[in-house]
Design a protein around this ligand. Structure first.
Ligand code: DLL
Length: 439
């Protein structure tokens, strides 16, 4: 098979050269952050580490961690490392709390990010001959812009569809002969189902493969999507804080995702103790950016649990591989591609005058996440006229939509009807676990 690289020199660099490059870039990035980000300088000072102490990747462990809470605390500009006038773009994480996490980009940051996405597309087989239909959401979410930029860079014909309006997606896919599909795996499955309902067979479309990520999905789901669309399905990983999609991507081997190690150093730590674990052990993934100008992050804790592997890959890439995220070390859920924290739901309930007795039930039915919240009413509200309950459910649903960005089904239930627990309250029942989905 022909070799599918976008930047072969970087992607297949011998390991010793790659690590030397990482060391050189790390020393510069640490100095840059120390000089330009007072928030992180304070963290380093508190730990007693100076830029002079960092001589290469072997010294990485000396640096303090950065957590999502730090990003919230420093919101919006506290971690910005350059003059805002040098920035050309802002993106934000999908979940909304009182304070969202925002990430800034200079043109240089966008260029590197788009390279990473182009590498992912090329690894799956995309070339300038392809028609790439991007149906990740465009906007603050990084999925749409990221794959769009990657497709441009590769010279493919880019169809910037954004998500939703499935009938139109299908019409364009058929009329314009899309060969590559980029979206969340659940949306890919939905498109597959809709095609079938409309009487199309998998061989009726021109799609060859798809680049699916942003949420957990299983090997069963991969097979399902591959069959219903008649394509090969590739995984892609990333997070807003580090740029977006393309931090890691699958090659034809499909045994884990290669991390773009010339731009990011990956570590695995014990989430309880922060101790660095040897490659091959399961733990929390931590990233250090190496080239970023606007929003460089050193030792950023992703909360994603996974395993790294240095095993040689037949595709020829030397970049380390990560498994799919196997879970989270916090209580974040990903529902229909949106990051949701139980604490956000609690905030809405308390602000709307409800008790904090609630239960979140998440499931996946026909490849789509269902999201229900049972909320106990207070005694004094319970005698309310029945029609009033529906109105209250609607009002609460709308408040949840504003906070979370997605619509849960709200069920107001009788006082004391949600089982009390003697230990930790069981707030989340995630039935997707039966499908092997662990986030
Ligand atoms: O989801 C970026 C992205 C867009 C990745 C499009 C891939 C494709 P956030 O909204 O910041 O960014 O969410 C990041 O999503 O920490 C993981 O928990 C989860 N996640 C991302 N990719 C995958 C994947 C985008 N392939 C969070 N499998 C991350 C499982 C994933 N989980």
């Amino acid at each position: 098979m022909e070799k599918r690289y976008f930047q072969p020199e970087a992607e297949t660099m011998p390991l010793d050269e790659l690590q030397a490059l990482q060391s050189e870039k790390l020393v510069k990035q640490v100095r840059y952050v120390y000089d330009n980000v007072p928030y992180y300088r304070n963290l380093m000072d508190e730990k007693g580490v100076k830029p002079e102490d960092i001589h290469g990747i072997e010294d990485l462990h000396k640096l303090p961690f950065l957590k999502k809470d730090d990003l919230r605390e420093a919101y919006p500009y506290g971690l910005l490392a350059t003059d805002i006038r040098n920035c050309v773009r802002i993106h934000s994480t999908s979940g909304t709390t009182g304070k969202r996490v925002v990430a800034f980009y200079t043109q240089h940051d966008i260029d590197l990010w788009e390279d990473c996405c182009a590498r992912a597309l090329a690894a799956a087989g995309a070339t300038k001959e392809d028609v790439c239909q991007v149906c990740y959401g465009y906007g603050l979410f990084t999925g749409g812009s990221g794959l769009h930029g990657g497709s441009h860079r590769l010279g493919s014909l880019t169809l910037p569809m954004s998500s939703g309006n499935t009938d139109r997606q299908i019409q364009f896919m058929m009329d314009l002969n899309s060969t590559v599909l980029c979206c969340t795996p659940s949306y890919a499955a939905y498109i597959g189902e809709t095609l079938k309902e409309k009487g199309y067979r998998p061989e009726d479309n021109k799609l060859k493969f798809g680049i699916f990520g942003a949420e957990p999905w299983t090997e069963e789901m991969r097979r399902d999507i591959e069959q219903s669309l008649g394509i090969k399905a590739y995984d892609i990983y990333g997070l807003t804080e580090l740029s977006g999609p393309g931090v890691a991507f699958e090659c034809e081997e499909q045994r884990g995702m290669h991390i773009n190690e010339d731009h990011f150093i990956a570590e695995i730590i014990n989430p309880e103790t922060g101790e660095v674990l040897p490659i091959g052990e399961k733990g929390e993934l931590v990233f250090t950016s190496l080239d970023k100008e606007a929003f460089p992050l050193l030792r950023y804790r992703t909360r994603d649990i996974c395993i790294l592997s240095r095993e040689k890959c037949s595709c020829g890439r030397t970049f380390i591989r990560m498994t799919k995220p196997l879970g989270r070390s916090d209580d974040m859920m990903i529902i229909r591609g949106v990051n949701v924290f139980p604490s956000q739901i609690e905030t809405v309930l308390l602000n709307s005058g409800y008790s904090p007795n609630y239960q979140i039930i998440v499931d996946r039915v026909n490849n789509t996440d269902t999201f229900d919240i049972n909320v106990e009413m207070r005694e004094e509200d319970f005698s309310d006229i029945p029609g009033g309950i529906t109105n209250k459910e609607k009002a609460l649903q709308s408040a949840m939509k504003t906070m979370l960005g997605i619509n849960p089904k709200i069920h107001l239930v009788a006082p004391k009807s949600i089982a009390r627990s003697e230990g930790k309250a069981v707030r989340v029942i995630d039935k997707r676990k039966r499908l092997g989905i662990t986030i």
